[in-house]
Write a protein that binds this ligand. Structure first.
Ligand SMILES: [Zn+2]
Length: 148
């Protein structure tokens, strides 16, 4: 069953994202909505030093956060669709499949979601559009190449 070709084919499609209540696999029912930071504290919370975070926000205004996003999932056991904040956890072992941290979405995180998602009826889409043109890539702390 775990023959190599099958496993590889599966891995490209299936992600190990589990219901935080039931620890069972859940099915995506939306696209991924990526996140951005526009305040230094949001980067600091992800392990960037205060000075680097302030510098980056000052120069770029908005920074795309890779490795985390917001996505809706259906859980068979919850019998409902729920939005979750997904964070890819780097296992540090390149050939191992990624693990994901699944958590509910605090109200303030919705302000950092890209695109026109509006599950609560009060996302500020217009505000995002203004920022989007200044968006730059951010590949996580590891690729964050401020060495001094
Ligand atoms: Zn569930």
């Amino acid at each position: 069953m775990q023959d190599k070709s099958v496993r590889n084919r599966k891995r490209s499609k299936r992600r190990e994202i589990l219901c935080p209540r039931h620890a069972c696999p859940i099915d995506s029912v939306s696209k991924k909505f990526t996140l951005f930071a526009d305040q230094a504290i949001q980067l600091q919370n992800r392990g960037v030093s205060r000075l680097n975070a302030l510098t980056l926000i000052a120069s770029q205004r908005t920074v795309h956060l890779s490795g985390e996003w917001v996505e809706a999932f259906w859980c068979d056991r919850c019998q409902k669709t729920e939005w979750y904040h997904i964070k890819r956890i780097d296992s540090g072992v390149s050939h191992r499949a990624n693990a994901y941290e699944v958590s509910s979405i605090p109200q303030e995180l919705w302000k950092q979601v890209t695109g026109t998602i509006d599950p609560t009826g009060n996302a500020s889409v217009g505000e995002f559009t203004k920022r989007q043109s200044r968006m730059v890539g951010f590949n996580g702390v590891k690729d964050f190449n401020f060495t001094r």
